[in-house]
Write a protein that binds this ligand. Structure first.
Ligand SMILES: C=CC1=C(C)c2cc3[nH]c(cc4nc(cc5[nH]c(cc1n2)c(C)c5CCC(=O)O)C(CCC(=O)O)=C4C)c(C)c3C=C
Ligand code: FE2
Ligand code: FE2
Length: 366
């Protein structure tokens, strides 16, 4: 085993706070080979598909990766933009905005890096960027408001797997979830109110979260409960009675039972029942992506209107809107509180300056 060498401690370079923002990831291109590469990495993750490897990997390679990439690539082509996959371009804008927002809020320098759990930029590449910046303290921030083993825990696996190769580890903290964070609830409420100011209130508001297999929930994954709590806090703030909103789960894959009720079935039933107007939001995604732009705003819009509904609108994810960025920056600040040389304050600043001048003097004497 050779360990990744870490730069020597540079006493004249301040230690930096590293912030690693992580989202799911997306293919490098909307082509069948690129989508196959991405799905091969994604669907081989034991956190995502909890089947015995000896059973699942042959099925994945012999069946799924021969069939699904063509279908998924077609969907990706429908959402692809000039600067690539929406998930990645939004994540890059979020990372740049959080970096700007954080500058000057800490005693020392801060470096924000973006890593994708699957595909590029990879988590090892993002950690290498933080290492180059002399980040001796790293806050890992998965951009999933609701915790799930299949997403949040998988980020932890990838980060710690990479760090197993490092000689000199940084100090590490990990944000677990923010589904009930007041600033997150406020940001979503504000985005709904802004949408209502333009389009008016719908007859029904639908919260559509990405699903997970039901047995993950039966075995203790808190995701279902986190989704319910986020939606309850948001609708309480809106003062929306329970007959005007619902929570459903989308994006199921395979033949297992997933969390219910399903988004597609609910929208078809509402259309058929005579519900005329619906607005849908997906506050479990921090950025718009294939699952919102194509699956909600295209496919599910079609189900509702096809079943008899009259108006459908989709309320965008928080993306890089100002309230979202401020919320993310605020969470970084809170979760790095108490870290020596990181938290801002006159006493910290003075202590830091003193430590640096002593370190430089010691270096010069040696
Ligand atoms: C097969 C199991 C899957 C589980 C479990 C799962 C959980 C899960 N996923 C997200 C967020 C996203 N998923 C996205 C795409 C996507 N998800 C799966 C499968 C599972 N997800 C697949 C196969 C795909 C790829 C697209 C397809 O082939 O249909 C995305 C979008 C990525 C993009 O490029 O835009 C996101 C985001 C969450 C939050 C979650 C559990 C809570
Ligand atoms: Fe997914
Ligand atoms: Fe989907």
């Amino acid at each position: 085993m050779t360990f990744v060498s870490t730069p020597d401690f540079r006493h004249d370079t301040p230690e930096c706070l590293g912030v690693l923002l992580v989202n799911l990831g997306t293919p490098d291109a909307p082509t069948v080979p690129a989508v196959r590469r991405y799905l091969a990495e994604f669907l081989a993750d034991p956190r995502v598909v909890e089947l015995p490897r000896a059973l699942w990997l042959p099925i994945l390679h012999a069946v799924i990766l021969r069939v699904r990439p063509a279908r998924s690539a077609k969907a990706y082509r429908a959402v692809w933009e000039e600067d690539g996959s929406p998930l990645l371009s939004i994540a890059r804008r979020q990372a740049a905005a959080v970096q700007t927002r954080l500058s000057g809020r800490f005693a020392g320098p801060v470096k924000v890096a973006l890593g994708m759990r699957y595909g590029n930029p990879s988590i090892p590449a993002a950690l290498a960027e933080l290492r180059q910046a002399n980040a001796r303290r790293v806050l890992v921030f998965p951009l999933y408001p609701q915790y799930s083993g299949s997403t949040t825990a998988s980020v932890f696996d990838a980060v710690t797997r990479e760090l197993q190769r490092w000689r000199w580890l940084p100090e590490l903290r990990f944000i677990n979830h923010y589904h009930d964070e007041p600033a997150y609830i406020d940001a979503v409420v504000e985005s709904i109110r802004n949408h209502w100011a333009e389009r008016g209130e719908p007859e029904r508001l639908l919260f559509s979260f990405h699903g997970i297999p039901k047995d993950y929930f039966d075995n203790g994954d808190p995701y279902f409960c986190h989704c319910q709590k986020s939606a309850r806090l948001i609708t309480d703030r809106l003062g929306l009675p329970s007959d005007r909103w619902a929570l459903t789960f989308q994006s199921r894959v395979g033949f297992k039972e997933w969390l219910k009720p399903y988004t597609d079935e609910t929208l078809k039933a509402w259309g058929a029942e005579g519900v005329r107007s619906v607005q849908v939001l997906s506050p479990g995604f921090s950025a718009d992506c294939l699952e919102t732009i194509e699956e909600i705003d295209e496919e599910n819009r079609g189900y509702f209107l096809g079943a008899g509904g009259e108006t459908f609108s989709y309320i965008h994810c928080l993306n890089d809107n100002a309230a979202h960025i401020e919320m993310l920056a605020g969470l970084v600040e809170r979760h790095s509180a108490g870290w020596p040389e990181v938290t801002r304050g006159a006493a910290d600043d003075a202590a830091l300056a003193e430590r640096h001048s002593r370190a430089v003097a010691l270096g010069a004497a040696a």
